[in-house]
Design a protein around this ligand. Structure first.
Ligand code: HEM
Length: 197
């Protein structure tokens, strides 16, 4: 699907204004994160659907953990990369309240992407489980404790469930900006080949 802009609508003026876009690394990392999040949620949903005792259940749990570590590494690199470049402005500028909401959502999404794998890691550590990411042994990051394991497990699950709601809201906000406000919020986060000039 090509995300272009029709002549004659309010946003057509964007063609005469110099708009700025996210860099290609940020765009690549953003959509790779989406694929990873889908895979992480899929592994846990499939895990829940497989009966206990079936070896596939263990395999989906392992993949959930491996992908969580990939997400954590990716998001730390993404944060480092984002801190070196300013966020490109949206054209035309949205209302201040929308910018504030976007900022809050961005903080939440980073908390989600860092908090989920970290809480999972704390849970495994507190539970005394061996922690591996593809045969690479990883250290425990919390002392063994039943109370801490329970807390981390609950918090991991709660944050995960909130992710369904807020990632959906985030995606709808992008579509709201594109189709109703007709600004370039979405197009500046899309690869160039998807954006009609
Ligand atoms: C279909 C799904 C998605 C769509 C359509 C979408 C769209 C967008 C758009 C248009 C932006 C730019 C917003 C702006 O700069 O004001 C953005 C930024 C962002 N998105 Fe998404 N997104 C999706 C999924 C996700 C997922 C799954 C995550 C991670 C959980 C995520 C995390 C972020 C973050 C952290 C930013 C801020 C980037 C930065 O400036 O550092 N997005 N997204």
């Amino acid at each position: 699907m090509i995300f272009g802009r029709k002549r004659g609508n309010a946003a057509a003026t964007i063609g005469t204004i110099k708009t700025s876009r996210y860099g290609s690394v940020v765009i690549f990392l953003h959509w790779l994160t989406l694929i990873l999040m889908v895979a992480i949620y899929a592994t846990i949903e499939i895990h829940e659907a497989i009966p206990r005792g079936n070896p596939m259940r263990r395999a989906t749990e392992d993949w959930h953990i491996y992908l969580g570590f990939v997400l954590l590494s990716l998001v730390l690199f993404r944060l480092f990369n984002a801190s070196r470049k300013p966020r490109p402005p949206i054209t035309p500028s949205p209302a201040v309240w929308q910018e504030k909401l976007t900022y809050l959502m961005k903080i939440y999404l980073y908390v989600l992407m860092i908090g989920m794998p970290l809480l999972g890691w704390i849970y495994l550590s507190a539970d005394g489980a061996a922690i591996n990411a593809w045969a690479i042994p990883l250290p425990a990051i919390a002392p063994q404790s039943v109370g801490l394991a329970d807390f981390a497990e609950e918090a991991h699950e709660l944050l995960g469930v909130s992710g369904y709601v807020f990632i959906t809201l985030h995606a709808f906000a992008a579509l709201f900006h594109h189709y109703l406000l007709r600004d370039d919020t979405l197009t500046r986060m899309l690869p160039r080949f998807l954006v009609k000039r």
